[in-house]
Design a protein around this ligand. Structure first.
Ligand code: PEP
Length: 249
């Protein structure tokens, strides 16, 4: 089984609200589809404490490309490992657009994650302008190629890939299942060329962008969509678990 659902809490949460949400995920127990939550850095210890004895995994939303040093405000991969993170989101479109994460820096962050055995969730995706200009595939290929060029095929193959059209993130606009599937198939074909067909076939390619309980099943039914990276809906336990259930069916 290669399906996976990951919540991205973004900069939301607080100790009390998190305890309720994590408690509900814990209480849901093992689901047919594995799932995880990527929480803000200060709450990693809380996630570890409340989920540690469950099958739910957790992770962070970013990491430094550096291993240690005079980088005020940064958090290293080794620090994330101290809190038993399994995953780290890398190259989310909000970090690319707002915090200067270039393709090269994203590739360096993937390398930093792999070097401490964190599994990167590598986000790629086009803006609305790029889609309208007909360059969706070129953009996604460029974003993936930067990681392949810097880190190599083995590191790329160790990533979970998340296709997140920027125009669908937090906007309520979802790519249609057909639109998403077309890009996922393209991504798998590129991964196949770089990493080999069998490896690419086994890789997990998530879709992200306004996934909700109402649209999850149709998206996840597509041949190359292996689950979801869920923003807003991951903050509501019932919605998130319904999406997990949709991935399992
Ligand atoms: C995301 O932030 O990765 C995301 C997909 O957000 P949303 O589900 O809210 O569109």
């Amino acid at each position: 089984m290669r399906k996976l659902v990951v919540g991205n809490w973004k900069m939301h949460g607080g100790l009390d609200a998190n305890a309720a949400l994590l408690g509900a995920l814990y209480a849901a127990g093992r689901q047919a589809c594995p799932f995880a939550v990527c929480v803000p850095f200060p709450y990693l210890q809380q996630a570890q404490a409340l989920l540690g004895s469950s099958s739910v995994a957790w992770g962070a939303q970013d990491l430094s490309e550096h291993a240690s040093g005079a980088y005020t405000g940064e958090v290293s991969g080794a620090m994330l490992k101290d809190f038993a993170c399994r995953y780290v989101i890398v190259g989310h479109s909000e970090r690319r657009a707002l915090f200067g994460d270039t393709d090269e820096r994203v590739a360096a962050k993937v390398g930093a994650a792999i070097s401490v055995k964190l599994q990167p969730i590598l986000c790629v995706g086009e803006t609305l302008g790029e889609r309208e200009a007909g360059v969706t595939e070129a953009v996604v290929e460029r974003q993936l190629a930067a990681v392949f060029a810097r880190c190599g095929a083995e590191a790329l193959a160790a990533c979970v890939i998340a296709y997140e059209p920027v125009w669908a993130i937090g906007t309520g606009k979802t790519a249609s299942p057909e639109q998403a599937q077309a890009v996922h198939a393209f991504i798998r074909a590129r991964l196949s060329a770089w990493c080999g067909e069998d490896v690419a076939a086994a890789m997990t390619i998530l879709y992200g962008g306004s996934v909700k309980p109402q649209n999850a099943a149709e998206l996840f039914a597509q041949a190359d969509i292996d689950g979801g990276l869920i923003g807003g809906a991951s903050l509501v336990a019932g919605d998130f678990l319904a999406i997990v259930a949709a991935a399992a069916s």
